[in-house]
Design a binder for this molecule. Structure first.
Ligand code: UDP
Length: 409
C-alpha cells in the first residue's frame, strides 16, 4: 500500500513512516470513534488502518455504540464546544458516562497505543488498565473540532477526562487549549488515491457534466459544502452576481441534503430563493457517497471557493488545490493554513473581496494556473494522508519515549 503513494507523497514522509514502523513493529495501535461511516474521520480511518497493518503495526479500529439519547447529547456537546449555548443536566452526563462504561468491553484497552477521537468516547480513559498488560500504554485524545471558544461549563466537565490522557492532539494551533499534558498539532489530510481525489479521465469528467447539465461553454465557479450558514452560500451568490456583470460564468453550489439538521433545510430553501430563476446558478444536492461526482465537479471548475465565515479545517480547500485549481477561501479556521495568500490562493473577508479575486483569476489564466500548481505542491508537502500517518506515529513514539533527549531513528 505504501508503494501506491510512491511518486505521489513526499519521499521523506514515506521513509519516516517506514523508520517509525520499524521501531513500533508488532505493537498494537487502536483507534476509537463513534461512527464507522460518514464524516472525514471515518473516511481517513478506512484507509489508514490497512496501511498501518501492512507496515507491521497491529492496528485496529473500534467503534463505540450508543443509543439515541447518547447521540443527542454528544451532538449538543459538539455544538456547545463550538460556542453554542446548550442545556446539560446531570442525568445526561451520567448517561454519557454509563454508555462509555458499557463500551469498555468493545475496545481493546490493552493496546500499546489507544487513540480516542473526539468527545464521544473520551471517558474511556477511566478504564485504562491499572496493572498488567496495558498499564504502561499511551493514551492520546484527538480532537477534530474547533474548541477555541467552548461553552465554559461544558469544557470544564470534558476537561476532567482529557487531563487524564498522556497527550492531546488538535488540528489547528488556534483550536488548542491550555492543558497540563503533552499537546501536538496534527492537521487533517486528504487521500490522493480516494475516489474524491484520484485522477479522472476526460470521459469520466464529461459524464458527470452531462449528468448534472453543467454548461461547458462558460467559466465555472464552484463551492462544495453542506448547506450551512457558516459556509456562507448567500455570500457566494453575492460574489457571483458581482462577477456576472463583467464575466460570463456559472455558479455551482454542491452540497449534501440535510438529513439530521433542520437548519440545513431552511438554509437550502433560503439559497434557492436567493438564487431566483438565474439558470446559471446550479444547486446540486448530492448523496454523501458521491465522491467521484465531487471530484469531477472540482476538476471541471475554473475557480473554487470556500467562503466560510466559520470553519473547522475546511478540507474542500485542499481537495481543490490538489486538482491544481485556483482557490479563494474565508480567513477562518484551518483555511489560512492551506491558503498562503497570493501564493497558493487568496483569502477574503467579504463577498466583494471574493468577487474581486474571482475576476482576477478569470482575467489572468496564467496567474490562475501558476497558483493552482503551487497549491498542488503545497498540499503534496503538507496535507496528504501519508503526512498524517507519519505524524500520528511520531506523536505516539515521542509520547512513549518522553524524557529521552534524543529520538534515534
Ligand atoms: N462533501 C461531500 N459532499 C457534499 C459536501 C461536502 O462529499 O455534498 C465533502 C467534501 O468534499 C469534504 C467534506 O465533505 O471532503 C467536508 O469537509 P470540510 O472540512 O470542508 O467541511 P465540514 O463539512 O467538515 O465542515
Amino acid at each position: 500500500m505504501i508503494k501506491e503513494y510512491s511518486g505521489i507523497a513526499p519521499k521523506s514522509d514515506l521513509l519516516l513512516i517506514q523508520k517509525l514502523c520499524d521501531k513500533l513493529k508488532g505493537k498494537s495501535f487502536v483507534h476509537v470513534n463513534s461512527t464507522r461511516e460518514g464524516g472525514g474521520v471515518a473516511e481517513i480511518l478506512h484507509r489508514m488502518i490497512p496501511f498501518l497493518q501492512e507496515q507491521g503495526i497491529d492496528a485496529r479500529w473500534d467503534v463505540i455504540e450508543g443509543d439515541a439519547d447518547f447521540f443527542d447529547f454528544t451532538k449538543k456537546t459538539h455544538n456547545a464546544l463550538q460556542g453554542n449555548r446548550e442545556k446539560f443536566t446531570k442525568p445526561m452526563w451520567d448517561h454519557y458516562y454509563e454508555v462509555n462504561r458499557r463500551n469498555r468491553r468493545n475496545v481493546d484497552l490493552k493496546a500499546d497505543c489507544v487513540l480516542i477521537h473526539d468527545p464521544q468516547p473520551a471517558p474511556l480513559i477511566d478504564f485504562r488498565p491499572k496493572s498488567g498488560r496495558g498499564r504502561n500504554n499511551i493514551w492520546m485524545w484527538r480532537c477534530h473540532i474547533d474548541i477555541s471558544n467552548p461553552m465554559p461549563s461544558l469544557w470544564s466537565q470534558l476537561k476532567k477526562h482529557v487531563v487524564k490522557y498522556d497527550t492531546a492532539i488538535f488540528s489547528v494551533p488556534k483550536f488548542a487549549k491550555s492543558l497540563p499534558i503533552n499537546e501536538f498539532i496534527v492537521t487533517p489530510s486528504i487521500d490522493p488515491l480516494s475516489d474524491k481525489n484520484r485522477d479522472l479521465s476526460d470521459e469520466e469528467i464529461h459524464a458527470v457534466g452531462e449528468k448534472f447539465n453543467i454548461p461547458r461553454d462558460k467559466k465555472l465557479i464552484l463551492q462544495v459544502s453542506r448547506f450551512d450558514k457558516f459556509k456562507d452560500p448567500i455570500g457566494v451568490i453575492n460574489a457571483y452576481k458581482i462577477v456576472k456583470k463583467y464575466n460570463d460564468c456559472a455558479l455551482i453550489l454542491a452540497g449534501s441534503p440535510a438529513t439530521d439538521d433542520p437548519e440545513g433545510e431552511a438554509i437550502l430553501n433560503e439559497v434557492k430563493e436567493y438564487a431566483g430563476n438565474d439558470p446559471d446558478i446550479i444547486i446540486l444536492l448530492l448523496p454523501p457517497d458521491n465522491h467521484k461526482e465531487i471530484n469531477a465537479l472540482q476538476r471541471m471548475s475554473d475557480v473554487i471557493l470556500q467562503k466560510s465565515i466559520k470553519e473547522g479545517f475546511g478540507l474542500t480547500v485542499s481537495e481543490a488545490m490538489w486538482k491544481e485549481k485556483p482557490v479563494i477561501g474565508g480567513a477562518v479556521g484551518g483555511i489560512p493554513l492551506q491558503i498562503v495568500h497570493g501564493v497558493t490562493g487568496f483569502v477574503v473577508y467579504s463577498p466583494e473581496g471574493a468577487a474581486f479575486r474571482i475576476r482576477q483569476y478569470l482575467n489572468d489564466p496564467v496567474m490562475a494556473r501558476t497558483m493552482g500548481q503551487q497549491g498542488k505542491e503545497f498540499v503534496r508537502n503538507n496535507f496528504l494522508l501519508t503526512r498524517q500517518i507519519r505524524d500520528y506515529l511520531a506523536v505516539w513514539y515521542c509520547s512513549a519515549n518522553k524524557g529521552k533527549h534524543m529520538i534515534e531513528l
